[in-house]
Design a protein around this ligand. Structure first.
Ligand code: AMP
Length: 144
């Protein structure tokens, strides 16, 4: 299973992005409304300059208090996030997410943002692949 197949199974490459100048309060509203855990931060809309996740916001709230809500997304985001490409395998993406302890990964092509995969997307894809493999093996053993 490769990233391209995961993007297809999600129904394409729609990505929720925010501008670097958007306030953290506005970003939290988007995270809540869209029921997602992170957004890509991009000025022009087609490059992943940063990623701002609920964890960044919770950590900053805990350290500095509610004043951070009027800070901009770019002050809290992680710059130059680790990205993947369409041809990367689900196992490779999962390994990089586990090693880096993050759950979101922008998908890029020639440096341009074309999608996002989460650890949930990758685990779901791997589980369905493993289930198909198990069915095929059972079929072979049963002689079907
Ligand atoms: P997450 O588990 O994705 O909510 O993020 C945990 C931490 O890793 C946060 O500080 C994020 O800004 C950061 N992060 C999320 N995705 C990535 C990524 N693809 N590359 C680098 N850092 C990331």
């Amino acid at each position: 299973m490769i990233v391209q197949q995961i993007l297809k199974s999600k129904g394409g490459g729609h990505v929720v992005t925010v501008k670097p100048t958007m306030t953290v309060a506005e970003v939290t509203k988007i995270l809540a409304e869209k029921r997602i855990g992170g957004v890509i931060v991009t000025a022009g809309g087609d490059t992943a300059e940063g990623i701002l996740s609920e964890r960044d916001i919770v950590r900053a709230l805990s350290h500095r208090g509610s004043g951070i809500l009027t800070d901009t997304a770019e002050t809290l985001m992680t710059r130059n996030p680790v990205c993947c490409e369409r041809s990367d395998t689900a196992d490779e993406v999962l390994r990089r997410m586990t090693d880096g302890r993050f759950r979101h990964m922008p998908v890029v092509e020639d440096g341009k943002l074309i999608g996002i995969v989460t650890i949930g997307d990758v685990v779901k894809a791997r589980l369905s692949e493993l289930s198909m493999e198990r069915d095929a093996l059972e079929g072979m053993i049963a002689g079907h």
